[in-house]
Design a protein around this ligand. Structure first.
Ligand code: F6R
Length: 590
């Protein structure tokens, strides 16, 4: 949610900021802006909408020793040029960019307005600009002004602040929002996330909550909230710049779908040694697609290990009395490791004494840093906003965890052997993607969609619907097939396609009967199936035949199909596949 970039050094600051923002577009794309600190005054450029609009207004090549940039995902105040960051104080000599939400902004705004501050935007961020500027007037030191100001802030923030009286320096601070400082040679970088800086440096300092950084070209100094100088730890960044290329695919999403066979190979090869403390139940918390992986995990772990597993959306988990204690293993699943709801939930359960295992694609993330045990899923950086390969890797992590905790070693060995066959089967589906694209074309003009499944594929129905709606904006819902007759069946007629995941296993016959019920109401029926049965021909309008796997592993292959279908439907509709409207990849606000 919102991306921040900063640079101090001798290179073209504007170019570095624009390039960095282009790598952070997955964090938001409602507006963009840049401020350059020139001896003659601050130069601020802003544009509503996507980053290319900002590039269009930045036609001059202006040399500056320091600058900050921002890409916005709107929270307070709509998407507009006036609400775009950087925001400034009355006289414009102080500018700042912010990621997060200031919960007490209204109270601060009222007070600052009373002191003569004039607000130009509807954002919560602008209060910080006025607040720091007022402090700066008093103490004449930017670092102290930031330290004093953040004491008044409630909520989450990652900030970059510049003042025109302090050339070639950026002051940064953070609480509950990510910020990384890239260490260069005679230059330094700031970013919300590594992709913005990885092509310039592989060394970085991660700022902790309530720390303040003073970044100049030659040094980075880190202070605690009382202004004491701290020793900072420089770490090696984990990514290669080439991970950020589309490698000839039209979209990152398609590339990432095609990477899934290798993703499975990588995670199987890396499977970590986990030393888990004794526990008697498991609670999994996650959001969105990661929540669907968690639901599959419940089936897998309960079946293989016989341990009770509860799964809940983090955003629901945090606002009720939960029964968690030192005998509960809490598993947080998150691609980004930065999802605010899940971070809050993890902090809560840690206070109750639970041990936390984090399953994430970002071993450098906030969640990873909170973990008692870490399970990195090795999917490689995922750029497209819609999660695909990270979902696959999360599913495999659930199987590996089930195997690790299994009571029946023989059953676990069978699943393990079957996992090693998966990459080849995923490739078989990918090689058949033209047939899936044809079916996608046929259904791309329907306004509504229903996905059904039962058992371990119920989460596949949920994920199928989520993927379709988030990138094509088609109204799609996932139901457990058995629930259809308890209400949703009322919606069925020839205008409603129903896609059924029909995998061999305990619920196959039941799902087939539920499909018959849908057919009797004239619904268009699509099967995604690994069963060859002549009754399918008469029943389904379209059949996507996939390789055979056991019931337990079937969500993996179904995932590839649902991703390809969603991708091709969105692509036929001409949607912005990698950056769907209103979304952001890293959801750092509650
Ligand atoms: C959907 C999607 C989101 C995320 C959700 C959680 O394609 O990407 O639903 O799964 O925002 O994000 P993470 O996994 O980063 O915690």
């Amino acid at each position: 949610m919102c991306g921040i970039v900063g640079y101090v050094g001798k290179k073209s600051t504007a170019e570095i900021l624009l390039n960095g923002l282009s790598k952070l577009e997955y964090r938001g794309y409602d507006s963009a802006g840049i401020a350059l600190n020139l001896p003659s005054g601050m130069k601020v450029f802003k544009a509503n909408g996507k980053l290319h609009n900002l590039k269009n207004v930045m036609t001059e090549n202006i040399a500056a020793g320091s600058g900050i940039g921002h890409i916005r995902w709107a929270t307070h105040g709509g998407a507009s040029e006036v609400n775009a960051h950087p925001h400034s104080c009355n006289c414009g000599s102080l500018v700042l960019v912010h990621n997060g939400i200031i919960e007490n902004f209204q109270e601060l705004k009222d007070e600052l307005t009373g002191c003569g501050c004039v607000f130009k935007s509807q954002t919560d961020t602008e209060v910080i600009a006025h607040l720091v500027a007022r402090e700066f007037e008093k103490v004449k030191d930017l670092k102290t002004a930031v330290i004093n100001s953040i004491k008044c802030l409630k909520g989450a923030f990652a900030l970059c602040v510049m003042h025109n009286d302090v050339q070639d320096t950026i002051v940064v601070a953070k609480r509950n929002a990510p910020l990384v400082l890239g260490v260069g040679n005679g230059e330094n970088y700031i970013a919300s996330d590594i992709p913005a800086i990885i092509e310039y440096t592989k060394s970085a300092i991660y700022l902790d909550d309530n720390q303040i950084g003073v970044v100049s070209a030659d040094e980075i100094k880190i202070y605690d909230a009382s202004g004491n100088l701290l020793t900072s730890k420089v770490e090696n960044l984990p990514f290669e710049p080439q991970a950020l290329s589309k490698m000839g695919y039209k979209h990152y999403m398609l590339k990432e779908i095609h990477e899934q066979s290798d993703v499975i190979r990588n995670i199987l090869a890396a499977s970590p040694e986990l030393q888990l403390k004794k526990f008697d139940r498991i609670q999994i918390i996650a959001c969105g697609t990661s929540l669907h992986a968690a639901l599959v995990g419940k089936y897998v772990i309960e079946d293989l290990a016989g341990i009770p597993v509860d799964v809940e959306a983090s955003s629901e988990f945090i606002y009720r009395s939960t029964i968690i204690n030192e005998n509960t293993l809490v598993i947080g699943i998150s691609q980004s490791g930065e999802t605010a709801d899940t971070i809050t939930a993890i902090k809560q359960v840690k206070e109750k004494g639970a041990k936390v295992l984090i399953v994430t694609n970002r071993p450098d993330s906030t969640m990873a840093r909170l973990a008692d045990n870490l399970f990195p899923i090795e999917a490689g950086i995922e750029v497209s906003v819609a999660a695909t390969k990270s979902y696959m890797a999360q599913l495999i992590a659930m199987y590996l965890l089930g195997i690790l905790l299994a009571k029946d070693a023989e059953k676990a060995a069978v699943i393990k052997a079957e996992l090693s066959q998966l990459p080849a089967k995923v490739e078989m589906i990918l090689n058949n993607s033209t047939a899936i694209a044809e079916i996608a074309r046929k259904y791309s003009n329907f306004k509504n969609f229903i996905f059904i499944a039962r058992g371990i594929n119920y989460p596949s129905a949920l994920e199928g619907a989520l993927k379709l709606k988030e990138i094509s904006y088609i109204n799609a819902t996932g139901y457990s097939a058995g629930e259809l007759k308890h209400g949703p069946i009322a919606m069925l007629d020839e205008s409603m396609p129903v896609l059924a995941f029909l995998s061999e296993g305990i619920v196959y016959d039941k799902v087939l009967s539920n499909c018959q019920e849908a057919k009797a109401r004239q619904a268009k029926l699509i099967a995604v199936t690994n069963v060859e049965n002549s009754t399918h021909q008469g029943l389904f309008d379209d059949i996507i035949q996939i390789p055979h796997v056991s019931d337990m592993l079937s969500p993996t292959l179904n995932a590839v199909v649902l991703q390809l279908l969603a991708y091709y439907i969105a692509e036929f509709l001409g949607k912005d596949v990698d950056q769907p409207r209103n979304l952001a990849k890293s959801v750092t606000v509650e």
